[in-house]
Design a binder for this molecule. Structure first.
Ligand code: ZN
Ligand code: ZN
Length: 170
């Protein structure tokens, strides 16, 4: 759990605090989705009491353990994102327009950061990543990793219509 103690600022409009984190954490979970990290999770943030809310903004830096989109080997994907989230203390919930989904309520003196970090990473995660721009991928016929080995399969891109024809001729 990554927590931010806002006791000093939560009742003082205009007040702000800075916080830096550098934690070793292997995975983050958000709504059933697991994100595997291959580097420390670094967060630099500024929390500011704006009067009715606590605005938390900052930077998240880490690396994700992902699979290369071509050869399926594990590869690190660096992440460096800016985020901004609005927190409101539960006791003030009735004064807040609840239609705003972006508001996160908190109780006591601590804001929990795990979930917003996970959410922001998921939002900014690349759909595909490659171990190398030049990755040759795996052979669609024998499954060999073509970056490591060569196979003797015939690498031709057969038109699917030709494929049907080929079958008929057999
Ligand atoms: Zn690859
Ligand atoms: Zn092959």
């Amino acid at each position: 759990m990554i927590k931010l103690n806002v006791e000093k600022i939560k009742n003082t409009p205009g007040e702000s605090i800075k916080a830096d984190y550098d934690v070793q954490i292997n995975e983050l979970i958000d709504e059933g989705e697991t994100i595997n990290l291959s580097d420390n999770l670094k967060i630099n943030l500024l929390a500011k009491n704006t009067g009715s809310e606590i605005l938390v903004s900052g930077k998240i830096e880490t690396a994700l353990k992902m699979m290369c989109g071509r050869c399926l080997t594990e590869t690190d994907c660096p992440i460096d994102i800016d985020f901004e989230e609005i927190f409101v203390h539960k006791s003030k919930a009735e004064y807040i327009d609840n239609s705003d989904d972006d508001i996160i309520f908190f109780e006591g003196n601590n804001i929990h950061l795990d979930q917003i970090v996970a959410k922001n990473i998921i939002l900014n995660m690349p759909i595909r990543t490659f171990c190398d721009e030049e990755c040759k991928g795996i052979c669609p016929q024998c499954g060999i990793n073509l970056n490591e080995e060569k196979c003797s399969c015939v690498q031709d891109n057969i038109d699917p219509r030709m494929e049907v024809l080929k079958k008929l001729l057999k």
